[in-house]
Design a protein around this ligand. Structure first.
Ligand SMILES: [Zn+2]
Ligand SMILES: [Zn+2]
Length: 145
C-alpha cells in the first residue's frame, strides 16, 4: 500500500487502528510521555493488569477508517473519555474534555507498537495499584520456557 510506504518514511507520522480495521487513524508529531498505567480504569476496561499509553498532538490526529471516530465512554463524566471500537472492542484512545492539545493513544493501537523505540515506556503510573505479582513476572523467561 502506498499510504503505508509514505507513513513509514516519516517517523513523526504513525498509523494505527483496531483489530477489525473499522477504526483507523494517523497521528503526526512526537510521542509524549509513553507510559504504562496500572489504574483501575485501565485494568477494568482492558481486561489486562495495565495499559500502555502515549500522547500525541491532537492537531495531528486524523480518523481515517470507515468507522470514523471510536465510540467514546466517559470514565470520568465531564472530565475524561476513552475511545474503543464498537465492533471489535479494541481500546484506541483517551481524551480530556477541555483539552484540545493532546490525545492519548494506546500504544498497542499503533501499527508498529512492537518496534517503535519512541513508545518504550518512560513512566510507570499508579504503581501502588499494580497487580502484586507483576514485579515477579519475567515475560522473557515465560517466552523462553
Ligand atoms: Zn474494530
Ligand atoms: Zn490508567
Amino acid at each position: 500500500m502506498s499510504e503505508t510506504a509514505i507513513v513509514g518514511s516519516n517517523p513523526e507520522v504513525r498509523s494505527g487502528g483496531c483489530l477489525c480495521g473499522t477504526i483507523r487513524f494517523t497521528v503526526t508529531g512526537p510521542a509524549d510521555d509513553p507510559h504504562v498505567c496500572n489504574c483501575e480504569h485501565c485494568a477494568k476496561r482492558s481486561g489486562s493488569p495495565f495499559q500502555w499509553w502515549a500522547g500525541f498532538p491532537m492537531a495531528g490526529l486524523t480518523w481515517t477508517g470507515e468507522g470514523g471516530e471510536p465510540t467514546w465512554y466517559d470514565t470520568y463524566p465531564g472530565k475524561t473519555a476513552r475511545g474503543f471500537c464498537g465492533t471489535c472492542a479494541s481500546h484506541i484512545a483517551a481524551r480530556d474534555y477541555g483539552d484540545d492539545t493532546i490525545i492519548g493513544i494506546l500504544a498497542t493501537a499503533l501499527d508498529d507498537y512492537a518496534t517503535d523505540p519512541a513508545l518504550v515506556p518512560t513512566n510507570l503510573n499508579r504503581v501502588a495499584e499494580a497487580a502484586p505479582w507483576l514485579a515477579q513476572c519475567d515475560t522473557r523467561a515465560a517466552v523462553a520456557g
